[in-house]
Design a protein around this ligand. Structure first.
Ligand code: PBE
Length: 267
């Protein structure tokens, strides 16, 4: 289609996700930072809503601009592209980090060692996420852990099994984190811990670890996606660094659209 009419065709809207997502905050900043987006509006709804709008647009070969991220099956099921982001408002390559509450190392040194060593690749996370399209995340995570006992053995090496010690694992509700949360839960359970996995909004996740209500999270997206939440709580949490490198967020469009950059979106 003719990019000049894009604004009218899309009613000057970008299809967003949950208000509490880091992606949403960065998308709001993006709309402020790019001069050409001054008249555009971010429609905040839900991931499911965004995906159904995307599916509908693609079935009708209509234009659509969504906020999207990787890893995600949307890039497997559809021909999509990230819009270039010359101002870098969505960050670059993202990591997913592990954070723990202060005192966790002293209270549970063995569990601390395990979560500190936990590191996997986007393809591992994708394996769990894609399997979970047909089975539950719990089952998909258990299968992954079973298949990867060599990796798990490296993470648990030299630690002792416990008998029902409780761990509060805090996560977020997206598929990426349902995958990592259930994998970590399965690993810790295998070591004898009793694990509660609670998905909450990103800001609540940081707050829970900072207040000590939560013990561990493997869900923070950094350095950009959750930067403002991280800044707010960084003095009250322990950051154990990346558990995955190579995530990404941004504005995403079907490949058949004639724009390649956020700056190509007509005002
Ligand atoms: N996400 C998936 C989340 C984190 C994981 C990119 C949609 C967000 O806070 O934006």
């Amino acid at each position: 289609g003719d990019p000049a009419n894009l604004g009218e065709q899309l009613n000057y809207t970008i299809t967003g996700i949950e208000p509490g997502a880091g992606t949403t905050e960065l998308a709001r900043n993006t709309l402020e930072e790019y001069e050409n987006l001054k008249g555009w509006e971010l429609i905040e709804s839900s991931t499911a809503g965004m995906l159904s709008s995307l599916d509908k647009a693609i079935n009708n070969e209509e234009p659509i601009i969504v906020t999207g991220w990787t890893p995600h099956w949307m890039f497997v099921n559809y021909d999509l592209k990230y819009l270039e982001d010359p101002k870098g408002t969505f960050g670059g390559i993202e990591n997913i980090n592990t954070i723990v509450r202060k005192g966790f190392e002293e209270d549970m040194p063995d569990a601390y060692k395990i979560v500190d060593r936990f590191y996997w690749e986007p393809k591992d996370m994708e394996e769990v996420m894609f399997a979970a399209q047909d089975i539950s995340f719990e089952e998909a995570a258990k299968n992954w852990v079973e298949k990867n006992q060599d990796k798990v053995a490296e993470w648990t090496e030299g630690t002792e099994k416990v008998d029902g010690k409780e761990i509060e694992l805090v996560s977020t509700p997206w598929d990426t984190e349902r995958a990592s949360g259930n994998v970590m839960k399965t690993i810790l359970e295998q070591q004898g811990y009793k694990v509660t996995l609670t998905p909450v909004d990103p800001v609540i996740m940081f707050q829970a670890i900072a207040s000590g209500e939560g013990d561990v999270s493997v869900a923070p997206w950094l350095p950009a996606t959750h930067a403002s939440f991280y800044e707010q709580y960084k003095d009250d949490i322990i950051d154990l660094g990346e558990n995955l490198i190579g995530a990404k967020i941004g504005m995403v469009v079907p490949k058949y659209m004639d724009i390649d950059s956020i700056e190509d979106i007509p005002p």
